[in-house]
Ligand binder design. Sequence first.
Ligand SMILES: Nc1ncnc2c1ncn2[C@@H]1O[C@H](COP(=O)(O)OP(=O)(O)OP(=O)(O)O)[C@@H](O)[C@H]1O
Ligand SMILES: [Mg+2]
Length: 237
Amino acid sequence: MLQAIDLTKRYEDGLLALDNLSLEVKEGEIFCLLGANGAGKTTAINLFLNFIDPTAGTALINGIDVTKDPLEAKKYASYVSENVMLYGNFTARQNLDFFAKLGGKRELTKEDYHMHMRKVGLQEEAFEMRLKNFSKGMRQKLGITIAIIKDAPNILLDEPTAGLDPTAAAEFIKILKGLRDNGKSILMCTHDIFRTKTIADRVGIMKEGRLVMIRTREEFLEEDLEKIYLDYMQEAV
Ligand SMILES: Nc1ncnc2c1ncn2[C@@H]1O[C@H](COP(=O)(O)OP(=O)(O)OP(=O)(O)O)[C@@H](O)[C@H]1O
Ligand SMILES: [Mg+2]
């Protein structure tokens, strides 16, 4: 479970990027955060991952305060970003092996890695190919494979489908659904309202650092999510 309690970030230059965010993502739930460029979505994710320190408030991963016990908290979370950090000179399998060992998993074999890559729909010829020759979609698939191998109960994603072709994005979304159905808590920032409609259990809209709206799946399916979004963007904060 992911919890933000009055989470606030003011950057050194004085900009209030995140203003009192309170939010819970439960087990088996996909929560999508929408919002204009600069709304504070990445800031929220980066606070959960302890990449930056909050000005006020708390981020909890499985009840562990990420600033008080960052190493323990990170055991329970995986992160997939638009630009997944992978090693260009390593093959796909070597990247998996590196990150698995970093996470303390030493027992995995070549066949295990291949099985995982097959499951996320990466083509066989890519398994032993160097990352620098990978397309964006292939990198994203490998990024989610790392998350799957880590098997952490919480997954944070920052625009994971940005730049993916429609087939790759649809496959990616299917993988996320599977993870959700396995009980993971998933927090995803995205600009993709279409994908949000297909997978979100709840949606939040952020505007100028504030979470201005939350809708459950039932609620946003009754209305037009795109219209709700545009209406919120037009309204004064
Ligand atoms: N390191 C930083 N120092 C100062 N300001 C920052 C820093 N990082 C982000 N900001 C500012 O904080 C605000 C929120 O940025 P953030 O990256 O969280 O937005 P976002 O919702 O993820 O936007 P996008 O949709 O473009 O990814 C923006 O005004 C941004 O310029
Ligand atoms: Mg962002």
